[in-house]
Design a protein around this ligand. Structure first.
Ligand SMILES: *Cc1c(COP(=O)(O)O)cnc(C)c1O
Length: 360
């Protein structure tokens, strides 16, 4: 749909389509990589308390308490942390701040599909770099001849929707290939067994690392994401944010976020539970004949050599199990399955076994 009232760019946008958030309950929801466990009880207590005092007042525009908690967690200083309303907002501001350079931004052909959406929003040309046949990223493919300008590099590590993680040495190589451009590493899933590039920040002025509390800290509903990098990069993000929305995090989010970082034991325990379930899920899928990519995330990417993935997703939905299927070249025979609780994983496997048996 378009109309004469629109700014011209609006009709040309291709918006992101999030996974289904069903209105009916009782579904086994393994389609949007949420954590199967609720947040720490200390988060609930902190939010409850915050709700009882001060909601008539604007929140701290700098979210100082939460930036301090995050900085302390990662051994950084407060001025190395930028917060946003979910990491999607952080990513959007980063694309605006760093990648509108009049030359193409490098990103993998198979990756988080929101990256291309931001390119469309801000008029950034996306140069898609194909993953290898085994869906691994090869850093050498990101080298460009002298004189071939690029706006920067964006990758997810571990990658989505493959789940495959890159070692730190590869990230360093990427940073060295493009020392005059920002290399953005989206670590939405790093807490499930990946290697974080946060340790490289002191040595690389072009590195921006983006994290979210939506996955490993069970707070998708609260909307908190952050970026870490050297102060000059964080300053640029602050300039953009303060030209857009002074208060991206509300009082409940700030209080809940701080409490989440105070309960490291709960965080470690739930991440470990998800990783344990993941290994069981991979074995069970392989028993059913699936080929499963190695995953360092809270989801697995799997295909069955004899059954169409879209059909399997439809059949699973009819049995109350939601998984994600992407109608995209190269990956349209894969299912992305979020790692649930052991009970949810069992329900998925049981439903899949039924579906495969009926199909013969
Ligand atoms: C889930 C996800 C995000 C978005 O996280 P929010 O903080 O909930 O906005 C960003 N990047 C990747 C790769 C993701 O999978």
């Amino acid at each position: 749909m378009t109309s004469n009232f629109y700014s011209p760019v609006v009709g040309r946008l291709t918006p992101y389509v999030p996974g289904e958030q069903p209105k009916i309950s009782n579904l086994v929801k393994l389609n949007t990589n949420e954590n199967p466990y609720p947040p720490s009880p200390r988060v609930i207590a902190a939010i409850t308390q915050a709700a009882q005092q001060g909601l008539q007042l604007y929140p701290d525009p700098e979210s100082t308490a939460l930036r301090q908690a995050i900085a302390a967690q990662h051994g950084l200083a407060e001025q190395h942390v930028f917060l946003g309303n979910g990491s999607d907002e952080v990513l959007a501001h980063a694309f605006f701040a760093f990648f509108q350079q009049g030359c193409p931004l490098l990103l993998p052909d198979i990756s988080y599909s929101f990256y291309k959406v931001y390119c469309g929003l801000y008029g950034i040309e996306a140069q898609l770099v194909p993953l290898a046949d085994d869906l691994r990223l090869q850093v050498a493919d990101y080298a460009r001849a002298d004189g071939q300008r690029v706006a920067g590099v964006v990758i997810a590590n571990p990658n989505a929707p493959t789940g495959i993680g890159l070692p730190l040495a590869d990230i360093e190589q990427l940073l060295q290939l493009h020392p005059h451009r920002v290399v953005l590493v989206d670590e939405a899933y790093v807490d499930f067994g990946g290697q974080s590039a946060l340790t490289l920040i002191a040595r690389y002025p072009n590195l921006l690392v983006v994290h979210t509390l939506s996955k490993s800290r069970s707070l998708a509903g609260l909307r908190i994401g952050y970026a870490c990098g050297q102060a000059h990069l964080i300053d640029a993000l602050e300039r953009v944010k303060n030209s857009f929305n002074s208060y991206p995090l509300d009082r409940l989010a700030i209080a809940g976020g701080v409490a989440a970082f105070e309960d490291q034991a709960y965080f470690a325990q739930t991440c470990q539970a998800v990783m344990n379930s993941r290994e069981g899920l991979i074995l069970a899928l392989e028993d059913l004949g699936f080929a499963v990519l190695p995953s360092q995330a809270n989801f697995v990417f799997a295909r069955h050599p004899a059954h169409d993935a879209a059909g399997l997703a439809t059949d699973l939905r009819a049995r109350g199990v939601l998984v994600r299927h992407f109608k995209q070249a190269r990956i349209d025979q894969y299912l992305r399955i979020s790692v649930g609780t052991p009970a949810q994983c069992d329900q998925l496997i049981q439903a899949l076994a039924d579906v495969l048996q009926l199909r013969g």
